[in-house]
Design a protein around this ligand. Structure first.
Ligand code: 2RA
Length: 340
C-alpha cells in the first residue's frame, strides 16, 4: 500500500523534476495528481511512462491525500498550504515561506533527518533554498569532524533557479548576439545575462546583502548549527542548470585536506571528483540530471590556521529542490508514516 500524492506546480521547472524523481525512485504511490494554476490547466506532464493532465489547484480538495509537494512560490503557498495541511495532507514546500518558522522543520535528509519528526506541528515541512542544500550537505560531515567556525561562500547560480522564463531570456539574448534583429533586452534580470554575470540573486536588503545571501546564512544556521558564521555572495551566471559554489571554511581545529577529502568521499549524497590536473574537477554542465553534490578543488587555506577551500556543484533543480523534497518524503515515510 502506497501514498496518495499531490504535486502542486507540476508544470514548472521544479514540479516537473518532482514528478520525474518520484518515478525514478519508485516512491510508493497508489495515486498521484498534478495540480496547476488556471493558466496552465489541462497541461500534460510526464510521470514515468504515464501522462498526467493537470487539474485546478484553486478548487482541489486535499482531503484523503497523504503528501503534497508544493512548488508554487510563496504567494500561492500562503493561500493553499494551510488548506492542504488542515485537510490532513502533509505539505513539503519548496518556497521560502515556512523555512524560518520555528514550528516548521527545514530539512536536508543527509544533514538533519530527525527534524521531520516535528512535521505535525503545522503538517508542513520546508525544503531549503537550492544554494543552501548543496552547501549544508558538504558542511555537515566536516562540521562533525572539526567544528566549523566560519564559512565564506561565493555562488555561481544558473538561470533555471529563477524559472523557465529566465532560461528563455538567456537563450534569446545569446541568440540575439549573433542573429541581427533578434536582440532581447533584459526583462527577467536587471542586466544582460548572456556572456555576463550578475551579482544579485533576489531582492536587496537594508544592509546591502540580497535575500538569497540572507537565506544561505539563516538556513545553514537552522539546518546545521546556529553557531556557524556564514557570509555569502550570490551571483547569477549564464548557465542553464547547475549551481556552483566556491566555499572557504574556517574550523575550530586543524583539518588536513587529505582527511577532509576522505571524509567527504564517505559522506551521503556527495561525489568527490578532485584531481590536481587539467579538468580534474566538476563543472555545472556535468552535474545536470545527477543526484549527487559534487566536490572538487579541496585544498588547505594557508592564510588562516584552520582553513580549507573547496568547489561544490549540484543540479539546483534536483538536490537543490525536487530531489531533496522527495528525500524528505522518503524520510518521513521511513521514520513515521511507514506506508509503501
Ligand atoms: C535561485 N535559489 O537560484 C533561487 C531560487 N531557486 O534563483
Amino acid at each position: 500500500m502506497g501514498y496518495r500524492v499531490v504535486v502542486a506546480g507540476a508544470t514548472g521547472n521544479v514540479g516537473r523534476e518532482m514528478l520525474n524523481i518520484l518515478a525514478e525512485r519508485q516512491f510508493p504511490i497508489d495515486e498521484i495528481v498534478a495540480l496547476a494554476s488556471r493558466k496552465s490547466l489541462g497541461t500534460q506532464c510526464s510521470f514515468g511512462d504515464k501522462t498526467l493532465t493537470t487539474k485546478d489547484l484553486d478548487t482541489f480538495d486535499f482531503s484523503g491525500w497523504d503528501i503534497a509537494f508544493f512548488a508554487i512560490g510563496s504567494e500561492a503557498t500562503e493561500k493553499y498550504a494551510p488548506k492542504a495541511a488542515k485537510a490532513g495532507c502533509v505539505v513539503i514546500d519548496n518556497s521560502s515561506l515556512y523555512r524560518y518558522d520555528p514550528d516548521v522543520p527545514l530539512v536536508v535528509p543527509e544533514v538533519n533527518p530527525e527534524a521531520v519528526d516535528g512535521y505535525a506541528r503545522k503538517n508542513i515541512i520546508a525544503n531549503p533554498n537550492c544554494s543552501t542544500a548543496q552547501m549544508v550537505v558538504t558542511l555537515k560531515p566536516l562540521h562533525d569532524r572539526a567544528r566549523i567556525k566560519r564559512v565564506v561562500v561565493s555562488t555561481y547560480q544558473s538561470v533555471s533557479g529563477t524559472g523557465k522564463a529566465a532560461m528563455d531570456e538567456l537563450w534569446d539574448q545569446t541568440k540575439g548576439m549573433y542573429v541581427p534583429g533578434q536582440e532581447r533586452e533584459p526583462s527577467i534580470y536587471p542586466k544582460q545575462i548572456a556572456f555576463n554575470v550578475i551579482p544579485q540573486c533576489d531582492k536587496f536588503m537594508e544592509d546591502g546583502s540580497t535575500r538569497e545571501e540572507w537565506k544561505m546564512v539563516a538556513e545553514t544556521k537552522k539546518i546545521v548549527d546556529p553557531a556557524i558564521k556564514v557570509t555569502a555572495t550570490c551571483v547569477r551566471v549564464p548557465v542553464f542548470v547547475g549551481h556552483s559554489e566556491a566555499i572557504n571554511i574556517e574550523f575550530e581545529e586543524f583539518l588536513d585536506e587529505d582527511e577532509a577529502r576522505d571524509i567527504l568521499r564517505e559522506s551521503p549524497g556527495i561525489m568527490v571528483i578532485d584531481k590536481r590536473e587539467d579538468g580534474g574537477y566538476v563543472t555545472p554542465v556535468e552535474c545536470v540530471g545527477d543526484y549527487a553534490t559534487f566536490i572538487s578543488r579541496i585544498r588547505q587555506d594557508s592564510t588562516i590556521d584552520n582553513g580549507l577551500n573547496l568547489w561544490c556543484v549540484s543540479d539546483n533543480l534536483r538536490k537543490g529542490a525536487a530531489l531533496n523534497a522527495v528525500q524528505i518524503a522518503e524520510t518521513l515515510g521511513n521514520r513515521i508514516l511507514k506506508k509503501g
